[in-house]
Design a protein around this ligand. Structure first.
Ligand SMILES: Nc1ncnc2c1ncn2[C@@H]1O[C@H](COP(=O)(O)OP(=O)(O)OP(=O)(O)O)[C@@H](O)[C@H]1O
Ligand SMILES: [Mg+2]
Length: 217
């Protein structure tokens, strides 16, 4: 399966969720490749930081921030059970290419009612990609849900009928995500990050249950 984390809005958790999801699958013995499609190269930076800290590699990270991504992705997918794309911010060409490459697009959003969710432009790009790829599946992922989880739940319920729908599994606002990223690690590699680790495992399960693409068993 090729899953892409996309949102033109910055800082919503694309890189965080992409890295931790890739790590979760790799930890279960899947062959995983993470594609850094962001010219800023945050996922590549993370993997270099990881190497500096002497933490063993779990999955490969390749930089492919170009709009030929959709033509190169199938080859990457041949050698992996899962390809996870960490998407670019605000670059329509790169975004289009990532959407054409993906079986599943996940749009991280913060569950604030004032947050504006994904831009109309982002949703228009998803709609456009579906003209060529009707089988493309898209879901919002609620990230950084606060202690006021009731709000998050209400938001999820409000959006359940929306297109794209909201993934049932949500991710909380947890310092572990930032702490792990800074040290080239995943939340499952930290002490005291059980909640974050469980949320990522639940996210992986929710994604697998969507039954998208060629899911390796
Ligand atoms: N669930 C979370 N809890 C706490 N901090 C989080 C969470 N998700 C992301 N963050 C933090 O928020 C910041 C932005 O996250 P991240 O870099 O993953 O977003 P992004 O969408 O990839 O941003 P960009 O558009 O710049 O690539 C980072 O410092 C990250 O550690
Ligand atoms: Mg990023």
């Amino acid at each position: 399966m090729i899953v892409a984390f996309l949102n033109q809005k910055g800082g919503v958790g694309k890189t965080t969720l992409a890295l931790n999801l890739a790590g979760e699958w790799a930890g279960k013995g899947k062959r995983v490749t993470l594609v850094d499609a962001d010219p800023q190269g945050s996922a590549l930076d993370w993997s270099q930081q990881r190497a500096r800290e002497g933490v063993p590699r779990r999955f490969g990270v390749v930089g492919l921030a170009r709009d030929t991504l959709h033509r190169e992705a199938p080859e990457l997918a041949r050698d992996a059970d899962h390809v996870v794309i960490d998407g670019p911010p605000r670059v329509a060409g790169l975004m289009r290419s990532a959407l054409l490459a993906a079986d599943l697009v996940l749009i991280p959003v913060q569950p604030s009612p004032f947050d504006g969710w994904a831009s109309a432009e982002m949703l228009a790009l998803v709609a456009e990609a579906r003209i060529y790829r009707p089988e493309l599946v898209a879901r919002f992922v609620l990230n950084r849900c606060g202690a006021r989880t009731v709000i998050a739940r209400e938001t999820a319920e409000t959006l359940a009928d929306h297109d794209p729908p909201v993934l049932t599994s949500t991710i909380g606002q947890r310092v572990a995500f930032a702490a792990a990223a800074q040290s080239g690690r995943l939340v499952c590699e930290l002490d005291d990050a059980d909640l974050a680790t469980r949320e990522i495992a639940a996210l992986a399960t929710a994604i697998e249950r969507l039954g998208v693409g060629r899911i390796a068993s």
